[in-house]
Design a binder for this molecule. Structure first.
Ligand SMILES: Cc1cc2nc3c(=O)[nH]c(=O)nc-3n(C[C@H](O)[C@H](O)[C@H](O)COP(=O)(O)OP(=O)(O)OC[C@H]3O[C@@H](n4cnc5c(N)ncnc54)[C@H](O)[C@@H]3O)c2cc1C
Length: 382
């Protein structure tokens, strides 16, 4: 099978790229979108699903509905990517594009840490639903939330989850029976966004009596004894363990020859082109080093901005219409702090010598800003 543009991954980056291409390219051009999942899930709402404020149907849509717009959606497993030939194998079938856009995200690999998979997570829909059920039975004890490595998508999400859980336990009247601890592999919360952001988040945790232990790298979990060991010799016991698992590029991308020194796909940070002509990579699968020494965070807001740039430049090449666009590193983030309040930060992550991020005081309006964003997401793209 042949297609003008083959987009790999129906998550944030891929789904937006396919939509924008279809909207702006006339019919003779074909857009093919491939994902193993039938549903696109709006991940920023997963913490709300855990605390019972959303159901799966509220935060996901079938990618099959994109067929009505003229996007060819194929649900299947991408088994091989031949970037030089711009050809992929999907469930044994070969598909070649004039252009290839890779947006396959980060794979979650809890099995990298012995025993960790026995804990609970909220980083995909199935895990979040499993955690919600577990929480309903939980009547108190030691709750440990941890990040298994310093690099994970949405650096705000585990902190947000901790604060939403604090509110959730208060609402159930059992907060005094839950000892909450947060063990972070990273040195500080959302450190790329700067000291102001990190200090605000640490303060929020302190106000909620959530003990915070940064720079604790987990080595193993003993699910029988319910203990966790860290590389610095610390051992913690738990009744309920919630983790953010280690992230890796999907296997098919690891084998594609596109991985650079930092372990993720190397791209031009402005155009998102890989070293191979007409092959682009966007979103979490990429590794974009910032001048400050840390990588661009893995977040939907960046996958979204990069999708716009890539779609624009492919449309320009095919039709001659428009002007060349560049990704400028701007991004923003809500952080729910519980009780229908949220904080907000916005900034330029490509600023030199380090990102410039403005932090807005938390309030009800940012919470409703996120609710509006969620509703608008499905109206805009589905
Ligand atoms: C709990 C949580 C909260 C978050 N909150 C926010 C937030 O508030 N703001 C924000 O900006 N970001 C947030 N994020 C991060 C955001 O969801 C990701 O950064 C974003 O989805 C990345 O987009 P992507 O297109 O790169 O990858 P993804 O959206 O992960 O999409 C990748 C797709 O590729 C598919 N795929 C992978 N391998 C294969 C294969 N071999 N065959 C077929 N299909 C395959 C997957 O099924 C998936 O659909 C959050 C993430 C989580 C988990």
């Amino acid at each position: 099978m042949e297609s003008t543009v083959v987009v790999l991954g129906g998550g944030v980056g891929g789904m937006i790229t396919a939509n924008l291409l279809r909207k702006n390219l006339p019919e003779p051009y074909t857009i093919t979108l491939i994902d193993r999942e039938e549903h696109h899930v709006f991940a920023p709402s997963l913490p709300w699903l855990v605390t019972g404020e959303r159901q799966a149907g509220n935060i996901s849509r079938s990618l099959n509905s994109l067929k009505q717009k003229g996007i060819e959606f194929i649900q299947g497993e991408i088994e091989h990517v031949d970037a030089q030939r711009r050809t992929v194998i999907v469930d044994g079938r070969s598909i070649t594009g004039d252009y290839l856009v890779l947006s396959l995200g980060a794979a979650l690999v809890p099995e990298e840490i012995p025993g960790l998979a026995a804990g609970y997570s909220f980083y995909d829909l199935a895990q979040a639903e499993r955690l919600r059920q577990k929480l309903a039975e939980f009547q108190g004890g030691s709750l440990v939330l941890l990040t298994a490595s310093p690099l994970y998508k949405c650096p705000a999400a585990p902190y947000e989850m901790a604060m939403l859980l604090d509110s959730y336990f208060q609402k159930r009247g059992i907060r005094s029976r839950v000892r909450m601890s947060f063990y972070a592999a990273e040195p500080a919360p959302m450190a790329v966004a700067g000291v102001n952001v990190s200090e605000s988040v640490v303060q929020f945790l302190r106000q909620r009596e959530i003990s915070y232990y940064p720079q604790h790298q987990i080595i193993r979990v003993n699910p029988d004894k319910k203990t966790i060991d860290f590389t610095n010799g610390v051992q913690e016991s738990y009744d309920l363990l919630i983790h953010v698992p280690t992230h890796k590029p999907p296997k098919v991308i690891q084998e594609s020859g596109l991985i650079g020194e930092n372990g993720w796909v190397t791209v031009n940070q402005y155009s998102l082109e890989t070293a191979i002509p007409k092959v682009y990579a966007i979103g979490d699968v990429t590794g974009i080093p910032l001048e400050m020494g840390k990588p661009l965070p893995k977040a939907g807001v960046f996958a979204h901005g990069q999708a716009k740039v890539v779609a624009n430049n492919i449309i320009l090449q095919l039709t001659g219409k428009g002007r060349r666009a560049e990704f400028d590193g701007h991004g923003e983030c809500f952080i729910e702090i519980g009780k229908h309040k949220a904080g907000f930060a916005r900034g330029n992550f490509y600023a030199s010598p380090r990102p410039v991020v403005k932090v807005y005081p938390p309030g009800i309006r940012w919470h409703f800003g996120k609710v509006f964003f969620e509703k608008n997401w499905f109206r805009t793209w589905f």
